[in-house]
Design a protein around this ligand. Structure first.
Ligand SMILES: Nc1nc2c(ncn2[C@@H]2O[C@H](COP(=O)(O)OP(=O)(O)OP(=O)(O)O)[C@@H](O)[C@H]2O)c(=O)[nH]1
Ligand SMILES: [Mg+2]
Length: 278
């Protein structure tokens, strides 16, 4: 073994029902829209996004790699593709990988397409539509997740702008809190569209719900990075975190994404900018 222990970044899956906002969330976190608008309407294999400038490729179910064209993602055969790999130079990807999953209960797609990727995952940001939050189908999938993943995961109640009265908002929050008690590390309501529109406007950013969510996310990534620096095994495959060998770990976060002392400066924010149309 070399002196330098191998390190890998935490892998955060974006999961939820069809159209819950997973891809919008990945655009928000990265500050760019990596896929052309037309393909976001297409059913895609899981998209594993890492920091860098590599050309896109697909990895098939037997592990073979093949270059692909971003413009022709709709040609990628979903049933034979384990994942699509994209690399992008976005700040958030310096500290974690993102895996954008397809919707969980799409009648036109076998659940194998996403289930076979779960073994790669350390944590999940689960997006649930505010107007029909935490359906039985979501609860059923979440029940199958190991605790190591659940306790490091975040539940996002998306499309919060669609709930227009205070009464509706508090009812949804209370019900979801009751039904998911102890099953996520944290829960936040958010309007992803408002967060994207906020750009550099701090008040709008906070009003969208993105402020508390992203602060929590950065802390969570720091904690996960300390774990994943010590094991190649994704947390999905570990029964408990105590299976990970102990080590003295110094901060692995690059300085510019570390939290500032007062916690209010832009450094706590991922690269949230309005999405540039492609
Ligand atoms: N009003 C509102 N619309 C949203 C919000 N988040 C996402 N949307 C819209 O919902 C639609 C679906 O969003 P996506 O991000 O593509 O959803 P997805 O979960 O990736 O969908 P699939 O990958 O098809 O399962 C898009 O038109 C978004 O603009 C939100 O917070 N508020
Ligand atoms: Mg999507």
């Amino acid at each position: 073994m070399s002196d330098q222990a191998p390190t890998r970044k935490p892998r955060i899956a974006l999961m939820g029902e069809f159209s819950a906002g997973k891809s919008t969330l990945s655009n928000l976190l990265m500050g760019v829209r990596p896929l052309p608008e037309k393909v976001t309407a297409t059913r895609l294999s899981p998209v594993w996004i890492t920091f860098g400038t590599d050309a896109p490729y697909r990895v098939d179910v037997d592990g073979w790699q093949e270059p692909i064209s971003i413009e022709r993602l709709e040609d990628v055969p979903v049933s034979e593709t384990r994942f699509i790999h994209l690399s992008i130079e976005a700040d958030i990807l310096e500290v974690c990988d993102l895996i954008d999953f397809p919707g969980i209960s799409d009648p036109n797609m076998s659940s194998d397409v996403w289930e076979r990727m779960l073994t790669e995952v350390d944590a999940v940001i689960w997006c649930t539509h505010a107007t029909q939050a935490w359906r039985q189908s979501e609860a059923a999938v979440w029940d199958t997740m190991p605790n190591t993943v659940r306790e490091n995961s975040i539940l996002l109640i998306t499309r919060y702008d669609k709930l227009t009265t205070e009464r509706d908002r508090s009812r949804v929050i209370m019900r979801v809190a009751r039904e998911t008690k102890g099953q996520f590390g944290a829960t936040f309501p958010i309007s992803l569209l408002q967060a994207i529109k906020a750009g550099e406007d701090y008040a709008l950013w906070e009003a969208s719900g993105a402020g508390p969510f992203t602060e929590h996310l950065i802390e969570r990534i720091e904690k996960l990075a300390a774990l994943t620096a010590r094991t190649e095994t994704p947390l999905y495959n570990l029964t408990t975190e105590s299976d990970i060998p102990a080590a003295v770990v110094t901060s692995v976060m690059p300085r510019r994404v570390q939290r500032t002392k007062d916690g209010t400066e832009g450094a706590t924010r991922p690269a949230a900018r309005p999405v540039r149309p492609t």
